[in-house]
Write a protein that binds this ligand. Sequence first.
Ligand code: PGA
Ligand code: ZN
Length: 426
Amino acid sequence: MKIDELKFYEVIDSRGNPTIACKIFSGKFSSISMVPSGASTGSKEAQEIRDNDKKRFLGKGLKEVIKKTEHQIFGAICQKNLLDQKEIDNSLIELDGSKNKSNIGANMILAVSMAVSKVASQSENMELYQYLHQIAKQFEIDSDYSLPLPMMNILNGGAHANNPLEFQEFMIQPAGFEDFDESLRSGIEIFHNLKNELQDNNFSTSVGDEGGFAPEISDTKKALDFICSAVEKSGYKMGDEIFIAMDCAASEIFIDGKYSFEGNNLDTLGLIQIYEELIKSYPIKSIEDPLDENDWDGWKDITKQIGDKVSIVGDDLFVTNKKVLEKGIKNVSANSILIKVNQIGTISETLETISLANKNNISTVISHRSGETEDTFISDFAVGIGAGQIKTGAPSRSDRTAKYNRLLMINSDNNFSFEGTNEIKK
Ligand code: PGA
Ligand code: ZN
């Protein structure tokens, strides 16, 4: 089967910025994908491109980009076999020709890559997670289907909110449950109780970009204490059923060679000490981007010091890039990788990175971006490749709940495993 027609649209993401949607037609089938966009991006990410016409959407429009590249993209893939994801992705990479997809744009390329897999799954009469599971095998990923452990970002700070909290994300991992539904339900109850707690203490309950609350708190421990009391109020056991994960997005607080944290300018060891104290006082099981993306020696140190107790997750560090992950594996820089499809720009390259991670015992967390859409691709992706964990925000705002709702439906339709407790032990 071939791609008969390809259409791009300029649509809007959850932050009100334009983004790309792509509709692909093949025979009697058609499918739409939409591309997310980050706020605290890693410097080595594949590049999204925009019109830069200040008269429209403050320069973020995409009409001209679409006009310029639509025909070229169709020309590059129209003769390809729809079911050959690798070949189609390679054609897109070749057409772009740059190292970081800055010619055609990672946003344009990813929209096509995702839409291709969606139409292909229809033509094969498969659910998307089944089709992705099948493709993953070509990349030597042979994990069983599973429902991922949710990492729910219930307190937002950093670049995702205009409060003074320096760390970007405070998440709960409801791991101690038999089933995905129960895990998610407990997280949602905690979210509601956190709202009550904040309200009772006269804090705002307005939410940040990923749907978590964004109160005017500057003290990290205070934020963690609020989460602990919400867990207690909900009747769950902290450190047994519920664990904490943080995304520190530390590149954002790395200024002039020092980490700016709660009024201090810390060196790498100083910040690692803070983490050591925090993991002694709270059941923190995962720390993402604890250090700046170029602080490779620091990453090695922190993994050596606390990597046996917590997941050290590379997001801005690895940018879902196989080559950078290779360096990280050699350097023993982390023990977990965040996977964001738009950081690298094609499904095939994403699968290559995951395959390398799997072979080296690096756990994988499939992730949304802070700027999202109603596209639920990542839910199917996480299940299809048995990723183990998913990070897709708080249970609030449709851009986030769309992903959870898709997972609930997949869970209800199947008897796939949920390995929350094992994920925490990794
Ligand atoms: P971003 O943040 O999508 O704004 O880059 C998400 C993250 O850092 O994990
Ligand atoms: Zn991150």
